[in-house]
Design a protein. Sequence first.
Length: 641
Amino acid sequence: MSQIVVTLPDGSELDVEAGSSVEDVAYEIGPGLGSDTIAGIVDGELTDKDEPLYEDCELVIVTEQSEEYLQVLRHSAAHIFAQALQRLHPDAKLTIGPPTDEGFYYDVTGVELSESDFEALESEMEAIIDADYEIERVERSRDEALELYADNEYKREILETEAADEETVSFYVQNDWQDLCRGPHVDSTGEVGAVKLLSIAAAYWRGDEDNDTLTRVYGTAFESEADLEAYLDRREQAKERDHRKLGRELDLFSIPDVTGPGLPLYHPNGKAILRELEAFVDGLNDAQDYDFVETPHLFRTELWKQSGHYENYVDDMFLLDVNDEEYGLKPMNCPGHATIFQQGSWSYRDLPIRYAENGKVYRKEQRGELSGLSRVWAFTIDDGHLFVQPESIEREVNVVMDQINAVLETFDLDYDVALATRPEKSVGSDGIWEQAESQLRDVLEASGMDYDVEAGDGAFYGPKIDFSFRDALGRNWDGPTVQLDFNMPERFDLSYTGEDNEEHQPVMIHRALYGSYERFFMVLIEHFDGNFPTWLAPEQVRILPVSDDNIGYAKQLKNRYLGDFRVEIEDRSWTVGKKIQTAHDDRVPYMLVVGDNEEEAGTVSVRDRFEEEAKDVGIETFRAHLEGEVDEKRIEPDFVE
Ligand SMILES: [Zn+2]
Ligand SMILES: [Zn+2]
């Protein structure tokens, strides 16, 4: 028998017989680990514990303590759902049913389902869990599998494409039910502690709009009821703060059918916030000597061919024919900026050149993937492109990191940082990659931030630093990025004259502080639950006259003292109680209640959105506070302590 070398997570190596299973290796490491083994991760891929290993590989043993365990358990829950479905609806056809970050889904057809079917399905799932059926992996020949799926064209398609070269395929069997599946799974249905079906949506077979429409049933599963309850609580909170719901209630934006999918309209309230966000990053860019540029939304596809986007992105691009010539809406701002640089002639003394643009881009995502502001067809990037000498990458990236820090601190968002390094396929010399990666590392080390290294996850054209935001509900969202690029300068033949009088190629740095405005706006809406910091709030102050007699005084306050702020007067003839309630619902940071007493004394009563109140406040005192709060971009209204 030949031997293979298995490398374990601690770097140690183990010689085992070729053909040993994941579980065999675990037993070699220790009998305790052997009996705890649920699955393995072989060269990064989750596999069954019975999977035989024939080649040298890296192996992680998955036990109940592993992060991946929940994924395995949820895949088993998807099977339990499918078994329950076919018990209640024998005509239901199964297609695919993978685990997801939040649970699992199964795409099915041949059955009409609505959420009113969930109760019956869930109790059938409970019965399957209570029966604690053993989950067994069985290898069958591909021909036998094709026969089993004689009337399921979807499973047959899988067998005839992905599995076309396999002699045998694996099934997972529980009781009298089975599914074509790579696994892995838990040992028995009873190990799934708690399940819940969540929603139904339409999906296309293989995600392609030209294919059949299927019914996607989403569910989730946990080890215990308590974990499930905690998840459902968080989900309820997330629903309450859903940016689509708050966007409607606070009149921030809309995405009506008539204007097209994924094409958001910003209403005055939403645009008020966007203008502040734009002004903030424009200010950060001004402070770092960026030059502002502007490029159109449409270019000849010649440009996209030169940049390489046409080759790689054409399916995601909106193309149009103009007088027999092909044009494309821009999916990225970079080629426009590279072309501006290309028009000049530069010496090393001119570098770095820094271009900034709040540039709108268009990407044709699958319609089924579009969702509120998180996935759209049209969005704006707070884009910036730097053209730098290779030796000054570190200095320039440091400057960008200072800008990113300013954003993170201002919004008080937690974040994660990752350095993504050279992938197997890449352009650029070893020398430039080493130089660039070591400079990025130095920046991160000097910053004192904790960061992960995602080895091999860089783009083919350069390494990058990616930030992701963590919002108030603990969810992660793509955030700022700093991306080095050795490819586009080559494609656009960019150069500068060096100190040696020779022509050199600059490195291009793509960077965004927010990422996309749409995504960032969505994060802010949900993170703050619509309670925007005062500097961002579309309406910062609402003056509430106690009676119509006090409207004149309210106007005087607004015009004479608060002209620099976004102030409204509530002049509807309502009770003060109703006026206060409405201002609360609209999440206005400050309310100034003014009646006869205040008018006589020349004061105001200040209420904030936490229902705290301060009476007899001089208007100058309030104005000075407001100015400080807005200038310093403080997170919460803090006049009434
Ligand atoms: Zn499966
Ligand atoms: Zn770019």
